[in-house]
Design a protein around this ligand. Structure first.
Ligand SMILES: Nc1ncnc2c1ncn2[C@@H]1O[C@H](COP(=O)(O)OP(=O)(O)OP(=O)(O)O)[C@@H](O)[C@H]1O
Ligand SMILES: [Mg+2]
Length: 291
């Protein structure tokens, strides 16, 4: 069989109690990473430990919940029956199981459909029942492979809210996605993977803070000498009828621009630092990975 290198030297730590977003384009190796984390496939080298235990210790699975990328459902079971089936796999007794199922159906907003066969579920409803089954054992660590895929904006927000409420209850969540805003909105840390290599990993706030790309300065009460002098400092300024919009690339430029404004009696309207978005950082890392 032809061997393919899908992941290369992947080294990743997830902190307890955090939401970790695993971001990467199609084919980057996200699902493969998750399969390795869960012991579904084995890496050629290296090891995985979950909750401090080697993944080969079967007992650790009791504390882990998992939503696959393309879950398979038994079409003719109702939501309630399906969750009973999943609960039985964890040896949860019938009374506790029903209590847990009722609670989960409420969390994923499927109480009304508990007696509907899964073949009659929409994509969004299936995604929710998928999340419910991942939580049946009240896991400490929840691994979700693209939990928001195929959902409308409201559905995505509901899943985000569920993930946030799980973190509030002290759970650790690892999820893969290529939807950047979802990561930006709820994750504590993010790892960016491209072609099997981890391009970047860290706290989102740190990544964004370290990335002021330029500062926009707007000034009014402009005169010819003011414009001439500013153009020498920052050539890409834009002049409207009564204002000048200036882009400063660094602190030194900002100081020079401010001095010039005051010297020529211009009026400073605003000074706004522009940070890169997570999308800018993502695209940058992906391009770096391509080169
Ligand atoms: N069993 C396999 N045999 C050969 N190649 C594989 C196998 N599984 C995955 N790959 C390859 O590994 C790469 C990563 O696949 P993976 O499914 O991990 O990507 P992904 O990041 O989850 O992508 P997506 O966003 O499309 O789900 C792809 O190039 C894929 O073709
Ligand atoms: Mg995948």
């Amino acid at each position: 069989m032809k061997r393919v290198k899908v992941l290369d030297n992947l080294n990743l730590d997830i902190n307890k109690g955090e939401i970790f977003g695993y971001l990467g384009p199609n084919g980057a190796g996200k699902t493969t990473t998750i399969k390795i984390l869960l012991g579904i496939i084995s890496p050629t080298a290296g090891s995985v430990s979950l909750l401090g235990k080697d993944i080969k210790e079967i007992g650790v699975k009791k504390y882990v919940g998992f939503l696959p990328e393309q879950p398979y459902f038994y079409d003719y079971l109702t939501a309630n029956e399906f969750l009973h089936f999943c609960g039985q796999l964890f040896n949860i007794n019938r009374i506790d199981r029903q209590k847990r199922i009722d609670e989960l159906l409420r969390i994923v907003k499927l109480e009304e459909s508990s007696h509907l066969q899964l073949r009659k579920f929409s994509k969004g409803m299936l995604q929710r029942i998928g999340i419910a089954q991942a939580l049946i054992n009240d896991p400490e660590l929840i691994i979700l492979d693209e939990p928001m895929s195929g959902l409308d904006p409201i559905g995505r927000k509901e899943i985000r809210d569920i993930i946030l409420s799980l973190r509030d209850r002290g759970k650790t969540i690892f999820f893969s996605t290529h939807i950047i805003p979802d990561v930006e909105m709820i994750c504590d840390r993010v790892g960016i993977i491209m072609a099997g290599k981890l391009q970047d990993v860290g706290y989102i706030d740190d990544m964004l803070d370290a990335s002021i790309s330029n500062t926009e300065i707007i000034v009014s009460n402009i005169s010819e000498p003011l414009i001439d002098e500013i153009k020498k400092i920052a050539p890409q300024c834009i002049q409207t009828s009564d204002k000048l919009l200036i882009k400063a690339e660094n602190d030194e430029q900002i100081s020079k621009i401010i001095e010039t404004i005051y010297k020529h009696h211009g009026q400073l309207i605003s000074l706004t630092p522009h940070k890169k978005s997570l999308e800018d950082i993502f695209v940058e890392r992906i391009n770096r990975g391509n080169n």
